[in-house]
Ligand binder design. Structure first.
Ligand SMILES: [Zn+2]
Length: 55
């Protein structure tokens, strides 16, 4: 599952982006808007690496 900067998050969890020399991870909740890359502030493609557990 992937998301792009400026679009709403489809699934709560940990999201990772890797592009150029950047490797960043964020926690984002469903319906929140994907931010730019925290490292270079550029538009990024985010990949879901871990879903948030539901208790
Ligand atoms: Zn970057």
């Amino acid at each position: 599952m992937t998301g792009t900067t400026g679009h709403p998050c489809p699934e709560s969890g940990l999201w990772t982006t890797t592009h150029g020399g950047c490797r960043e991870q964020i926690a984002l909740s469903k319906t929140n808007i994907f931010p730019p890359c925290p490292h270079c502030r550029g538009a990024a493609t985010w990949v879901l690496t871990q879903k948030t557990q539901k208790y």
